[in-house]
Write a new protein. Structure first.
Length: 359
């Protein structure tokens, strides 16, 4: 949110001119979100016309929204570290690491579904906090540290699955997991009154994550300090903000959200295995950057992350129904990411020039 700056005393002409000047343009981030929403609706209508099966609630929309729910949480995990000017290249491995503990809890400890989820979240938060602590203590770039963490977790998770399981997967399903995977909101509500057969129960976790992060960044001092740390770490430090602790907090939240995404992915497939999170890297950046989060830190958009991930999900599902192969699909998504990064750079330059002109 940009606050107006009051003119100096005696500069009444400037104040009157500013007050009388009409403002017709919406803020950039509002235009961007509206544009994303229009694209999502337009593409959904186009794919529905080209392939009417695209609008089938149970066969297409339900798994599509289930994937969007999971990948939105992945993008949120990337967004929180981008807010402080960092990145998390280990987001997929952290998802697998958290899911490993959930599967172990269900298979070996006989934990009920909620306790296994809590164990999963704790493991993700712990590995995220460790990553943030290493970054703040060593001063090494988050790119290097999270890349090293990605390789370390790749080996660790594989070794643990090999040592603890026979088929490199935990297959024990606690009570309620099958329902969480296949039930929609219509199955727990009175028909269409409070739920749709196209909306999976897993979407409830995504809604809670969106609401929690939206409240954090919009209504709390800690959220504002996270953004200030990303916008200008030196100025934030001079202002008394504990930037080191805020960096650790951002990576802790990233690890927690990555673990939640890993749990949701495991529920969607029905098994807890080492390959969970292998394809999380590209969607994590696509959803965040398309949604309006700056790579340089200081600006986030929680709603934009949801819209950005939804756009990617609609494109992926629509092109799949049209018969586009996986290789070609990845090329298209890579081009979308390049365009999003270019738009992010242009937006940063324009914002800088606007600040220079105003001074």
């Amino acid at each position: 949110m940009t606050m107006p700056v009051a003119p100096p005393d005696g500069d009444t002409n400037t104040a009157e001119a500013t007050a009388s000047r009409p403002v017709h343009r919406l803020p950039f981030w509002v235009n961007q979100r509206l544009g994303l929403l229009v694209l999502i609706v337009s593409l959904s209508a186009l794919f529905g016309v080209l392939r009417p099966a695209f609008l089938d609630e149970r066969l297409v929309l339900f798994p599509l929204l289930r994937d969007i729910s999971t990948l939105t949480v992945v993008a949120l995990a990337q967004m929180v570290v981008l807010s402080v000017g960092h990145m998390n290249l280990a987001v997929g491995r952290m998802a697998a690491f958290g899911a490993l503990f959930a599967g172990f809890g269900y298979d070996r400890l006989g934990l009920p579904l909620p306790l296994g989820l809590l164990l999963c979240l704790f493991a993700g938060a712990a590995i995220g906090a460790l990553t943030g602590w290493i970054i703040t203590r060593t001063g090494v770039s988050s790119f290097v540290v999270t890349l090293a963490m990605d390789f370390a977790l790749l080996g660790l998770v594989s070794l643990l699955y090999s040592a603890l399981t026979e088929n490199a997967a935990f297959t024990t399903k606690p009570s309620g997991l099958a329902e969480l995977r296949s039930y929609s909101l219509a199955d727990i509500c009175v028909g269409p009154v409070c739920g749709s057969p196209a909306v999976p129960q897993l979407a409830q976790f995504t809604v809670l994550a969106l609401l929690g992060l939206g409240f954090l960044y919009a209504c709390t001092r800690i959220g504002r300090e996270l953004l200030l740390t990303g916008a200008n770490p030196a100025a934030a430090e001079l202002s008394g903000i504990p930037t080191g602790r805020r960096v650790i907090l951002a990576h802790t939240l990233s690890g927690l959200l990555a673990a939640l995404a890993g749990f949701m992915a495991a529920v969607s497939t029905g098994t807890f295995r080492a390959s969970i999170g292998d394809d999380f890297m590209l969607p994590s950046f696509l959803g965040a950057v398309l949604g309006g989060t700056l790579l340089t830190g200081g600006v986030v958009s929680v709603l934009g992350v949801l819209l950005g991930t939804s756009l990617v999900g609609v494109i992926r599902k629509g092109l799949d129904l049209l018969g586009v192969g996986l290789e070609s699909l990845n090329i298209y998504l890579g081009c979308v990411l390049l365009l999003a990064l270019s738009a992010d750079r242009v937006r940063t330059v324009l914002s800088y020039r606007k600040v220079v002109r105003s001074t």
